[in-house]
Each structure stands twice: as structure tokens, then as C-alpha cells.
Ligand binder design. Structure first.
Ligand code: BGC
Length: 440
């Protein structure tokens, strides 16, 4: 196979992403309680220490800088900022200001996620995301944190992966609160959409009051490439299209067109969503084969392709082409710039991680060369961290963490990614080294 240099557009941003609960340690939220329930976390671990990033963020950002990262995406832990409803913790707000300053002083652009799966425990006392008032409750916290950080050159992410939260928490019962109820999942997806709109409005209002230029704002969605198990079966095709529509598109279309679309809502306008999406934050990991002969809602799935490599623990198939198709379908439908906010693989086989990143970036380049406006790419994740229901059993880090000593060690993939950043793309030589005969 002959490789060609794949150089990315000028100004393309490279970096990595992480979230508070998965890395910080010392958080106290709904996941803290969830992790105590036997069987919920597959390896029996919990995030009480996680990576101790709360205390070691400077060390982690030194590494990110050394590894060439230009942007870092992280989340603010709501339960730290608002430990009880309407009560604000000034020390924790100051902590996040220091975190932002630590990035800025290292020349790394902060991308701040306001909600990444976790919720304060008091939020559940009045119904959590099922409460019709939940979007407003969330917006109060957003206002507070944005007031503290508006002076910095931040890219804002409102909600991380609303459909993952809605489906894993309310349809498949794998995340707190552990419901298995389709209607509840739709209600939560609607409230998260409204929360995104209200959060964006709060951000804009705060900047305007300060006389500051409007910052870039985006939600972050997770997209899966759904494929019919039997491509000649019209019912399988229909199921794949239905899931693509409901899981990948309905929510983001609602955000872009300022509506609460069916089946998430009743199609009505929702004004706070207007101008709430400067770019689509897009996370992609894998494809999913679906069969109309199996009960998808009961978690029945067709067998996976034994020829494809897999993600550790989560067992996702490595399917780079799906990335291209997802990116293209987002672009063709919405013509809104895209920022690739998460992509990566959990594995202890670091050569697999290198191949994963390279083959996915080849697909990104393919989409860019066909005219898609993609602004940047973030590897999930900077360091190994607490992988939700898989605990510490899936290793997504460019940097390994020894969970006994908490020592950080950059993997070869981190060095490879550094080369990509330095060259603003994939040289033919780099691809040959990792994907050619020498890489196998
Ligand atoms: C989430 C991350 C998670 C990653 C890998 C995304 O769904 O935003 O928190 O660790 O995927 O599972």
C-alpha cells in the first residue's frame, strides 16, 4: 500500500479530552452513590481517587504541553460548584479558574464542558432530569460558572452526549438513575435539549453584559454508525435508519433549528435554542450492527465481525469508515462546522491505539478533502481514567497511569500524536511506520 502525506488545514486544532469525575478524584455526586451498588462497576472500582487530577492538573497540563496539545477539553463538576441548591462554593469556583489559567499559561486553549454525565445528589431530590424545571436549575449553575470564567478565551461545550445520558440512564439502566423506560428517556432528552438552549443563552447574556465578544458555544453529541446486520433485508435497513435518525440526528437537528423535534418533543419552537450551535461537537468511537430479528431495546445484538479489532472491555469494533460516513451525514444535513471532540480506544495494546488514531484521522482527512469544515480533533483521553461502568478496566490514555503510584507515563501513541500535531497531519512516512508492513 502506498501512503500519501495527509496535511490538515491551517489553524486545525489538536488536543485531547477528559472529564471531571473520570479524572479528578474527590467528587461527590450521583455516580459516587452508584459506584457503591455491587455489580454496577464491572471491576468493582470507584472514582474516589480517579487520577487525582484535582491535585495534579499542573503536572497533567505540563505533559499535554510537552506532547504538543493545542487545546484541552475538560469538564466542570457541577456538584462542587453548587453543593446544595442555590449555594455556591467560592473555593471550588476559584479552583476551576486556576485550572483554566494553568492551561492558558501553557498556551493551551481551554474547551470547557459544563455537564459531563454527573449530577449533584440534591438534584435528584426534585426529580433530576425528569423534572420539568431541570433545564432552569442547570442554567443557574451555568450562569455562576460562566460569570467566573468569562474573561478567558474559552470554547464552551454545554452538555456532553445527551443521548448517551438519556439512553444509558433511563432506557438501558446502565448509568444512574438506572431506569428502563423509553418515555422517560425521551423526556430526559427533551429536557437536556432545553438545558442546552438555556445554557447557551446564559453564556451569551453574561458575555454581553461584560461587553465581551460572543464566545464559541456547542453541545457535544455522540454518534454511532448504525449498519443493517443483513444489508439485503429491508427491515434491517429501516431499523438502522430509524436509529440513526433518533440517536444521531433528532437532538442536534432540534438544537440547530431551535425546535423540540419528534420523538423527543412535539415539534414546537424553543427560542433559547436559537444560535446555540456554533459548531457540532462530535464524538465517534464505533459502528453498531442492528437486526430487525432481535430485540434492540432488550439489548439483543447480532454477532460482531471476528475480523475487526475491538476496544477493551466495551468491546466496540474498530470501524474507521463509519467516522467518515457520520461526519459526512452531519455536514450534508446541517452545514455547520464540526469539532471532533472525542475519538480513541481503550486498550493496553498501544500499537492498536496508534493504528486506531491514524486510520480514523485518514477518514477525517478524506471528509475534509471533500469540503467538510472540521475545526479540530481531540483524542479521548489525555490519561487513562475511570471508564464509567468499566471502572479502570479500559485504558483510553495517551498517557498511562499506574493506579497504585499515580505515576504518569506517556505511551508511544502520545509521541506519535505529537508528531501529527507538529506536522499538522499524517506524513506518508508516519503512516508507513505504523500501518505499513513495518507497523504490523
Ligand atoms: C464519554 C466519555 C467516555 C468515552 C469512552 C464518551 O461516551 O464522553 O466520558 O469515557 O466515551 O467510553
Amino acid at each position: 500500500m502506498t501512503f500519501h502525506d495527509l496535511i490538515f488545514p491551517d489553524g486545525f486544532l489538536w488536543g485531547s479530552a477528559a472529564s471531571a469525575h473520570q479524572t479528578e478524584g474527590g467528587t461527590y455526586n450521583d455516580w459516587t452513590e452508584w459506584e457503591k451498588i455491587p455489580g454496577r462497576i464491572k471491576d468493582g472500582s470507584n472514582a474516589s481517587i480517579a487520577c487525582d487530577h484535582y491535585n495534579r492538573y499542573e503536572e497533567d497540563f505540563d505533559l499535554a504541553k510537552k506532547l504538543g496539545h493545542q487545546v484541552h477539553r475538560f469538564s466542570i463538576e457541577w456538584s462542587r460548584i453548587e453543593p446544595s441548591q442555590g449555594k455556591w462554593n467560592a473555593t471550588e469556583i476559584a479552583h476551576y479558574e486556576h485550572v483554566v489559567q494553568a492551561l492558558v499559561s501553557r498556551g493551551i486553549r481551554p474547551m470547557v464542558t459544563l455537564h459531563h454525565f454527573t449530577n449533584p445528589l440534591w438534584f435528584w431530590d426534585n426529580g433530576g432530569w425528569l423534572n420539568a424545571d431541570s433545564p432552569h436549575i442547570f442554567a443557574g449553575y451555568v450562569r455562576k460558572i460562566v460569570e467566573a470564567l468569562a474573561e478567558y478565551n474559552i470554547i464552551w461545550n454545554t452538555i456532553n452526549e445527551p443521548l448517551v445520558l438519556a439512553t444509558l440512564g433511563y432506557l438501558f439502566g446502565e448509568f444512574p438513575p438506572g431506569y428502563r423506560d423509553f418515555d422517560k428517556a425521551l423526556t430526559v432528552a427533551r429536557h437536556l435539549l432545553m438545558a442546552h438552549g438555556l445554557a447557551a443563552s446564559q453564556i451569551c447574556r453574561t458575555y454581553e453584559e461584560r461587553g465581551l465578544d460572543r464566545p464559541e458555544i456547542a453541545p457535544v453529541i455522540s454518534a454511532t454508525y448504525f449498519m443493517p446486520a443483513d444489508p439485503s433485508n429491508p427491515e434491517d435497513i429501516e431499523l438502522a435508519q430509524y436509529l440513526d435518525e433518533v440517536y444521531n440526528h433528532a437532538w442536534i437537528r432540534g438544537a440547530i433549528t431551535a425546535t423540540l423535534p419528534e420523538p423527543i418533543g412535539n415539534g414546537s419552537k424553543y427560542v433559547p435554542l436559537q444560535r446555540s450551535v456554533d459548531f457540532i461537537g462530535l464524538n465517534y468511537y464505533s459502528r453498531m450492527l442492528v437486526s430487525s430479528e432481535l430485540d434492540f431495546l432488550a439489548g439483543e445484538m447480532p454477532p460482531k465481525d471476528p475480523n475487526l479489532e475491538r476496544c477493551e472491555g466495551l468491546d466496540w469494533e474498530v470501524y474507521p469508515e463509519g467516522y467518515y460516513h457520520i461526519i459526512k451525514s452531519m455536514w450534508e444535513r446541517y452545514h455547520t462546522p464540526i469539532f471532533l471532540t472525542e475519538n480513541g480506544i481503550g486498550t493496553l495494546d498501544d500499537m492498536l491505539r496508534c493504528r486506531y488514531i491514524l486510520t480514523h484521522l485518514q477518514q477525517v482527512h478524506r471528509a475534509i478533502s471533500e469540503g467538510v469544515d472540521i475545526r479540530g480533533y481531540l483524542v479521548w483521553s489525555l490519561t487513562d481514567n475511570f471508564e464509567w461502568t468499566y471502572g479502570f478496566g479500559s485504558h483510553f490514555g495517551l498517557v498511562a497511569i499506574d493506579h497504585q503510584t499515580l505515576q504518569r507515563t506517556p505511551r508511544e501513541s502520545a509521541l506519535m500524536f505529537h508528531e501529527i500535531v507538529t506536522n499538522n497531519g499524517l506524513t506518508a512516512e508516519l503512516q508507513e511506520r505504523f500501518l505499513g508492513r513495518r507497523g504490523r
